[in-house]
Design a protein around this ligand. Sequence first.
Ligand SMILES: C[S@@+](CC[C@H](N)C(=O)[O-])C[C@H]1O[C@@H](n2cnc3c(N)ncnc32)[C@H](O)[C@@H]1O
Length: 327
Amino acid sequence: MSDAQSPENTLSATETASTTHLPVLLAETIQALSIRPDGTYLDATFGRGGHCRAMLAELSAAGRVIAIDRDPQAIAVAEALQAHESRLTVVRARFGALGDVIDRCGVTGAVDGALMDVGVSSPQLDDARRGFSFRHDGPLDMRMDPQHGVSAAGWLNSAAEEDIADVIWRYGEERRSRRIAKAIITARPLHRTQELAELVASCVPHVKRSRQQASKHPATKTFQAIRIFINDELQELKQGLQVAFENLTKGGRLAVISFHSLEDREVKRAFKALSQPPVMPRRLPVRAANVAVPGRLVGGAIRAGNHELQTNPRARSATLRVIERVA
Ligand SMILES: C[S@@+](CC[C@H](N)C(=O)[O-])C[C@H]1O[C@@H](n2cnc3c(N)ncnc32)[C@H](O)[C@@H]1O
């Protein structure tokens, strides 16, 4: 069902092996999903399939997992797994098309649990050719799906200064957004991740830079912001949360792992709207407590324990939240 069959999307065995991703909060996520062996599950972020394989391991022969990802390299790995795993259906799609995928798979309103482990995968970050990283030089791309949309270079080399500053501020919460945007306009055209990383670093005063380098690269927030914008990540997340929840069976759970405060804010907002009654006007003869809500929060935020933090540094910023469909 995917359109990721072209040769450039097929990973060689060496590439697959060298681009691994350690799934975060794995045991916690599987426990939170409370998997029924013969159920139907959705993995909306296949990545390299760590969570997906663990979901399949909980299922009987009658169970099923539908896995999606917008990244052709992730889909190539998923299809290799699908070749010897009949309980897995793989679809290359983005969250925005999740409703169509669910309909096409014939599971509308019949999903027993769903996982969204959002953001980028380690292979996306670590492979310089994908252009996400300020640490490895590569083409300034940052698209999760390199066959659609505009690359980071394409956008940065044509956008207005105010728009660039706005994105860096909004999605990176970077105080120096205006200074960085101005430097980009002066330096463009930009083509490489290193060019952008050095340019952003040059906007940070030298003393601050050496202090920051010990903890965080000065281009961290700017790269995050541009990546979120290029992939329309927050809007995608909002749509995905809505559609995944709507298609749960009663008792079905949606587990979401987010990696920074902007994503977590979106998750909290969506879960609150689904699990808390709306504020009622005072004069209405209905009490908020009597209004039925479709969701129930399952526990609070779950974060990685010390053991996982020692083996997987990416888990440091991961937050898992879970909601159950009750009506
Ligand atoms: C953190 S990784 C998932 C890792 C996965 N759970 C594993 O164990 O390997 C996030 C994945 O979600 C995909 N992704 C992010 N946003 C997406 C979207 N809006 N639509 C579809 N896939 C998306 C990315 O391409 C990436 O492969």
